[in-house]
Write a new protein. Sequence first.
Length: 319
Amino acid sequence: MIYRPYRETLKGNALRFYDDVMTGFLLFKNEIHTVNPGSQELIERIIYYIRFDNPLIFYTKNQYSYAFSSTEAIIYMEYTYTKAKAKELERFCVQEAKKIIGPSSTTPLQMEINIHDKLCEKIIYKENGDDSHNIIGVFLRGESVCEGISKAAKLCFDFANLKSTIVICEKMGDSDVGHAWNAVNIGTQWYHLDVTWDNSYADDYTLNTHNYYNCFNITDKEIEMSRTIDMIPNFIKCFSNSMNYHKLYGLVANDYNQLREIIKKNLRLKKKAIHVKCSLELYRNVDKLMDIFLEVGHAFGVRQVRATGAYGVITFVDF
């Protein structure tokens, strides 16, 4: 299943433009004649939509040109690979995506966890030319940036028959740097999933030794703590936290006693990293949380601990 949520937001000439240009890309056409979708801004935006909806269209160059009149448009596109080479790479990427998903009997949630964990383990965050922004950087080289990572995740979700999309923030905080991540539908609800940020909690963007779930199935309100949402299909809203990783696995602490029980339970299980989604009161007092961890952990031989935090989640490691 190739799910195209951005296409679902279009109608009329905009939809025809999308379909004509997508078909042209699939046929490796250098000159694509179609209708004017309505404006110069819409031409550029719909080409983004095509690339976000279709991760297997990885072979178009980032730079392109176009001409248009009041009724018609022409897209001039060049390609980074020959058609034969692109088909070879496509087969490889599909095989890799299917390996990541796991068996077809796996539940949707477990498939999402598999995709998240295996991409985090596989990828080093690194800019390395055009392929860093598409699935080739992920599956062939193991090096990519947020755009490539989110496209790889969407490809995996497509083959897992799970609806997903790519979400864009044009500027993160006070910087001019944009960011891309996913929204995914589990059950009947949409959730934000940022594989790049969960991957980046490893020191210096090297391969993770622990899996992090700070940005796993979080809400619009939570994701907007660090960014604005500038591009998302307009029918997708992330309100539910029922499939949030920490809630599902009993890793939510609203007071210090709950925190103690979570630490004790996970130390008994010999976990190498313990993630706890904390109330705001707890989250603001990391030093006290570390003291409690050492207090509880003393009986388990714990003498030191390090804590990192994001999105209300404290992760205890190196104990």
